[in-house]
Design a protein around this ligand. Structure first.
Ligand SMILES: Nc1nc(=O)c2c([nH]1)NC[C@@H]1CN(c3ccc(C(=O)N[C@@H](CCC(=O)O)C(=O)O)cc3)CN21
Ligand SMILES: CC(C)C(=O)C(=O)O
Ligand SMILES: [Mg+2]
Length: 265
């Protein structure tokens, strides 16, 4: 596999080749994730929960993401490297530019990800205008867990589904080059994926997105707390971590993961 770019991913979408994404937080796992043929690696703020043992992603700092992005960048070979913008690090477009600059210049990220729809359009536009590729994130926004009142499936009623579709189109128009959809009904995720030119990566968003992402520790079955329903442990039936990663990539590529059991209707 040669270097993955935003152009590669658009092409994969056009050719209906599923995009395999995983989170990673250190160099050793990154090397294994690369060997398995994952196209995109995300240094997610989920590291707050799985690495730091926090209750939520809210306490994660920009320094934490910079540090882990540096670790991952040293193990990376070909994958596109995305870093999450932490909670309260992009409350204005100006602050977002500063944060993204650190994630890219100090961390070595190729793209930054931020949570939110209509409220983030100005920020997405400014980042894009400054040469910073942006991955948007709609549906369940873990940084808004206290506002949402828990980790719940989003876009279940007609009105919230309509708003999510509108937000997705607006984010693409503002310059976003990728979109993550988290915990949304499969039908809505399919509609959004079909409406956008940019790749849509699902997590708990059914089988019809352009790609899939999971938290690495969840798909290896080493997360202590009860994992969300959309998680599949790929260790059973594998003889090593490397083999479990290969099984994940194969399942995403052939469309057998996620199935109905790991999706929401
Ligand atoms: N280890 C880990 N895995 C993740 O996927 C993850 C994190 N941490 N931290 C940040 C967020 C939080 N996430 C979560 C956490 C819980 C659910 C959850 O329990 N969902 C219910 C849905 C209930 C409903 O509305 O029907 C479920 O049953 O899966 C979903 C996403 C996803 N992200
Ligand atoms: C689960 C993915 C999409 C994420 O945002 C994270 O790992 O923080
Ligand atoms: Mg995140």
């Amino acid at each position: 596999m040669s270097h993955v770019t935003t152009a590669t991913l658009i092409q994969m979408k056009q050719q209906h080749e599923k995009i395999a994404v995983l989170t990673s937080y250190d160099a050793s796992f990154t090397s294994l994730v690369e060997d398995a043929g994952v196209e995109v690696i995300l240094v997610g703020d989920s590291l707050g929960m799985v690495v730091q043992g926090q209750e939520s992603t809210l306490p994660v700092d920009v320094d934490d993401i910079v540090y882990h992005t540096q670790c991952v960048a040293r193990g990376r070979r070909n994958a596109l490297l995305i870093a999450d913008m932490p909670f309260m690090s992009y409350s204005s477009a100006e602050q977002a530019l500063g944060t993204a600059g650190r994630l890219m210049k100090d961390g070595g990220a190729h793209m930054v990800k931020l949570e939110g729809g209509a409220t983030q359009l100005e920020t997405v536009g400014q980042l894009t205008a400054n040469g910073i590729p942006v991955c948007a994130h709609l549906g369940l926004l873990p940084q808004s867990v206290h506002k949402l009142g828990g980790y719940r499936v989003q876009g279940r009623d007609d009105e919230s589904a309509r708003i999510m579709k509108e937000d997705a189109l607006s984010l693409e128009a503002a310059g976003a080059q990728m979109l993550v959809l988290e915990c949304v009904p499969s039908g809505l995720a399919r509609e959004i994926s079909e409406s956008l030119e940019i790749p849509v990566i699902g997590i708990g968003a059914g089988p019809d997105c352009d790609g899939q992402v999971l938290v690495l520790y969840d798909m290896l079955g080493i997360t202590p707390r009860q994992p969300p329903r959309f998680v599949k442990n790929f260790m059973p039936g594998a003889n090593s971590i490397a083999e479990a990663l290969e099984h994940y990539v194969k399942a995403v590529k052939e469309g057998s993961f996620p199935d109905a059991e790991h999706s929401f209707k």
